[in-house]
Design a protein around this ligand. Structure first.
Ligand code: MV4
Length: 498
């Protein structure tokens, strides 16, 4: 069995750091790569060795597969962990790594390729009895033919790009009159975004919950699932809150969904860690959507409820060992919630906010995990994803996890950039979130910028703190307009930018 002694992490930020921590625990040495913008990053300092791969833009640094493979050869690297994003779901990269005699810590190029195409994925899954949304599993090209299919499926329908992702190339069609225009748009968007104009049609599920199953497979055909994650709280296809388990999933549904996820993985000979996405309608019917062939951003909630280190498992699998975990040994213990802390202004349509972390103090204590890659004083680079941190809480029950999240959000001190923390607090306090009756429309239905201020109204204890503080030089918080989010946020008024 090839023992991995040295890993290169082809990524940056919190996920690079998260992977290195497990590698270090396993006695594996680590190589970081970094762009010129990340020279001082925590992931660079944490690594045993670090190599600059180029200028700030990803295309000139983190996406330079040729350079990355060359570094591996020069530094005697045994394996590459791609993290998420960047090269993680790139078939050519996985193949080139294998051709260079380096272990790719992830699935086979074949599995990445199949699941990278929604149509190929549907066709592969079609060999098993996996529930799928009524629709086509081949590309539609002829409009007249397509309209007939849509009428049979029944409006509203969704036109989707086979190569799509993040909602791109996806068009809702409410009736036959709209069909031609929306189909043209979907095809041209698919062509311009992915260079592949193949589209297909599905019944549009108007109020779905987004539920995904974590799976692990080894190179000997064993596949297990690690239950579900509920990811419905998102806006513009960007997840903000994730949790495990889901309030809407019964033990029976969990078992059926887990079995379906394992079959999807089996349909492409999957090994490594992977995630099978489903949507669930109001009647709790669930349908397979697609499979993500990487370690996902939200993997920590699964780690917290199962006690399994997913990165450790990925490394074991890549080394060729059979899974030591058995399905019957796995169980859900407690509840975990993740809040993504983005440098974005939720009060201003989630506009990205650039700047420096003038104050950056993490919450701590029982049931709190923070996965991040920043320190106080660092600037958030504009070149990459604006995620500052993932705040994860876990408790014996969902209520406890929510209470811990609210407390942790209140402890988190960030100034210099606007963040999604106030928005996450709004979600934790919202009755619809608390009772679990939410779907992917939650943000559109319930969130308005004004909501943030009511939760952040100055109360007496804050007034007392304001009066005793000697920092009231820039503005008088007592006169701060009630719409001023920063001014009314617990203690954060002190760092208000003018
Ligand atoms: C759907 C759907 C409703 N009906 N398919 C969004 C991106 C891609 N992963 C698939 N997506 C959807 N597919 C059918 N037939 C609704 C969505 C969808 C969605 C899915 C998961 C999480 C958030 C979402 C937000 C809007 C739409």
């Amino acid at each position: 069995m090839p023992r991995i002694k040295k890993i290169l992490i082809a990524n940056r930020g919190e996920i690079a750091l998260r992977i290195m921590r497990t590698a270090r625990e396993m006695g594996i040495s680590t190589v970081a790569i970094f762009s010129e913008a990340d020279r001082k990053s925590l992931h660079v300092r944490y690594a045993d060795e670090a190599v600059c791969v180029g200028p700030a833009p990803s295309a000139e640094s983190y996406l330079r597969s040729d350079k990355i493979i060359k570094i591996c050869k020069e530094l005697n690297v045994d394996a590459i962990h791609p993290g998420y994003g960047f090269l993680s779901e790139n078939t050519d990269f996985a193949q080139k790594v294998a051709d260079a005699g380096i272990i790719f810590i992830g699935p086979s190029p074949h599995a990445i390729e199949i699941m990278g195409s929604k149509l190929a994925a549907k066709q592969a899954a079609g060999k098993y009895n996996i529930p799928m949304v009524p629709g086509t599993s081949t590309a539609v090209t002829d409009r007249t033919e397509a309209k007939k299919l849509a009428t049979n499926i029944g409006y509203p329908v969704l036109i989707k790009a086979s190569a799509g992702g993040g909602g791109k190339g996806m068009r809702v069609v409410n009736n036959e009159q709209e069909f031609d225009e929306q189909m043209d748009r979907a095809v041209s968007e698919a062509l311009s975004s992915f260079g592949d104009g193949a589209v297909f049609i599905e019944k549009y599920i108007t109020s779905p919950k987004h539920i995904e199953i974590q799976i692990l497979g080894d190179q000997h055909g064993n596949i297990i699932h690690l239950f579900e994650r509920e990811c419905s709280i998102q806006r513009r296809h960007q997840k903000v809150i994730e949790e495990a388990p889901s309030v809407s999933v019964t033990p029976e549904i969990r078992e059926a969904m887990g079995r379906a996820a394992i079959d999807v993985a089996r349909s492409c000979g999957y090994y490594g860690a992977g995630t099978v996405e489903f949507i669930m309608d109001e009647k709790r019917n669930f349908y397979f959507l697609e499979m993500n062939t990487r370690l996902q951003v939200e993997h920590p909630v699964t780690e917290q409820i199962t006690g399994v280190d997913l990165v450790r498992q990925m490394i074991h699998i890549a080394e060729g060992y059979p899974l030591t975990l058995k399905q019957e040994d796995l169980s859900i213990k407690g509840h975990a919630i993740e809040a993504r802390v983005y440098a974005e202004d939720a009060a201003n349509n989630f506009l990205p906010d650039v700047g420096t972390l003038n104050t950056y103090v993490r919450p701590q204590g029982n049931g709190v995990r923070v996965d991040d890659g920043f320190e106080q004083g660092m600037a958030i680079p504009i070149h990459y994803d604006p995620m500052i941190a993932k705040l994860i809480t876990f408790g014996a029950s969902r209520e406890e996890a929510i209470e811990k999240m609210t407390r942790a959000i209140d402890e988190y001190q960030i100034s210099g950039v606007q963040t999604t923390l106030p928005f996450c607090r709004f979600v934790m306090k919202h009755q619809v979130f608390i009772n679990g009756q939410f779907d992917t429309n939650f943000v559109n239905h319930y969130f308005k910028p004004e909501n943030l201020t009511s939760e952040y109204r100055i109360d007496e204890s804050i007034l007392a703190a304001l009066l005793s503080a000697s920092l009231m030089t820039t503005t008088n918080p007592l006169k701060a307009p009630s719409t001023d989010l920063q001014a009314a946020t617990t203690s954060k008024w002190r760092e208000r930018r003018l």
